[in-house]
Design a binder for this molecule. Sequence first.
Ligand SMILES: Nc1ncnc2c1ncn2[C@@H]1O[C@H](COP(=O)(O)OP(=O)(O)O)[C@@H](O)[C@H]1O
Ligand SMILES: [Mg+2]
Length: 251
Amino acid sequence: MISVNNVRAGYGDGPDILQGINLNAAGGEIVTILGPNGCGKSTLLKCIAGFVRPRGGAVEMEGCDVSAVPVHDKIRHHLMGFVPQTDNVFSTLSVADNIMLGARYMPAAERNARYAELMAQYPSLASKQERKASALSGGERQILSLARALISKPRVLLLDEPSAGLSPMMMHEVFAAIAEIRDRTGMCIVTVEQNAFEALGVADRAYVLSLGKVAIEGRAADLLADPAMRHLYLGGKPPVVESRPPFAAVN
Ligand SMILES: Nc1ncnc2c1ncn2[C@@H]1O[C@H](COP(=O)(O)OP(=O)(O)O)[C@@H](O)[C@H]1O
Ligand SMILES: [Mg+2]
């Protein structure tokens, strides 16, 4: 579904931030990109989306080279949904208007039908449709940004740190929502994550970036069990996870 082949990329006249990256992601799987702050995770996701043009190599989606295809064309053709790391909802707009921003290329009837489906899927948003996004909790804002990306039924979903700044319970809820999307739709989902342990808990496979290259890649379960991975990238030991009530009880 997504194939990143030997991609090099950077900004302006600056050095290559990505120095020959290879990555694959298939339909029905969550692939997560991990690594320390500033190592180029967001740059890689922006390259896949098309916000940053590769200096070398190519990004393919569904077997086609999309390195030069503009972002809005991929969104318009239901190929891709993208949720950026920051500023991913418009605080002064209502929940409904935020979601509809993701549907501006769709015919009205289809847009309204999809909106109704999303309201059925995400009751926490349905009960707040006319509220301003600024009135939502951090977790609800992330679900809102997901809903906006999902309204066009993209085949590929790119999410930059969907769990950033959330409490452990909210993080759990957002990850559960992402896993549910994978299981229900078979979408190809690529996430960037800081919270490596939690992200590996929900991902199928992961790539760990270091110094512009892929340092480690593998199945998420294998990486979680790998002592070297734990030592280098996961801080040595897993966080203590308290037993949680069912998701419905959160918030
Ligand atoms: N728009 C930009 N212009 C110039 N440099 C940038 C820009 N965005 C990111 N960088 C630089 O690229 C490097 C990687 O950043 P980023 O991909 O955001 O890392 P991460 O998401 O892993 O924290 C950093 O050194 C950062 O300062
Ligand atoms: Mg980032």
